[in-house]
Design a protein around this ligand. Structure first.
Ligand SMILES: [Zn+2]
Length: 216
């Protein structure tokens, strides 16, 4: 659902900045169209939040989500892994590589946690909370709950995969959840953006624009 009106971030709100890494930016291995357009709004938004968490896609070489790890598969094909359907990607965000680094153009020195995900070689993890087997936790839910956060605001790359799945899991964990649309960009392969928007709406995730966040 889309929500109107201004929002003033409080001490119990957290901004999750999803996967703003070189490989998802122009020139990267899995560049999201117009991906660098998220950086300016995220930098502005982050100033309004006392609490910011970053996620970082962080795969070992030969990861199961890479098309190159499967015989006769191309990037953006789909395959069946032990936990279900998996879109296959170009090799991206390999641990320790430049492509996996968080963009230095992000200006969020006060970010409090970087949560890495996708490091189990056989399981992808779009979500910052739970891997694609839908069982293995990253620990983020416990972290946010232990710190007493109530509302979660998500932005970053890509809207229809890692941002959407992070927002869906935040909502499922009981947080009041917002997705900041103009601070996110989509890959949109095989109808993925329309599907993500349906899923977000069904889960009660609130869609907002960055201009609705009041800067402190
Ligand atoms: Zn990945």
């Amino acid at each position: 659902m889309s929500v109107q009106g201004k929002i003033a971030p409080s001490d119990t709100d957290v901004l999750i900045v999803v996967d703003v890494q070189h490989d998802f930016l122009p020139g990267g291995a899995l560049a999201v169209p117009d991906g660098d357009a998220v950086i300016a709004p995220i930098n502005r938004l982050a100033k309004a939040f006392q609490h910011v968490v970053l996620t970082q896609d962080w795969h070992p070489q030969g990861h199961a989500s890479f098309a190159s790890a499967h015989v006769d598969k191309q990037p953006f094909d789909t395959t069946e892994l032990h936990y279900g359907s998996q879109v296959l990607w170009p090799d991206h965000c390999v641990q320790g590589t430049k492509g996996a680094e968080i963009s230095r153009d992000l200006n969020i020195p006060h970010a409090q946690l970087v949560i890495r995900k996708g490091y189990n070689s056989g399981i992808d993890s779009y979500s910052g909370f739970k891997e694609a087997d839908r069982k293995t936790s990253t620990g983020l839910e416990g972290y946010l709950k232990e710190r007493g956060f109530r509302r979660v605001f998500c932005a970053g790359l890509a809207t229809d995969f890692c941002v959407a799945w992070t927002a869906l899991d935040a909502a499922a964990a009981g947080f009041e959840t917002y997705l900041i649309e103009d601070a996110s960009r989509a890959i949109d392969t095989n109808g993925s953006l329309a599907k993500a928007k349906n899923d977000l709406s069904a889960a009660g995730v609130r869609m907002i624009g960055s201009a609705q966040i009041l800067e402190g």
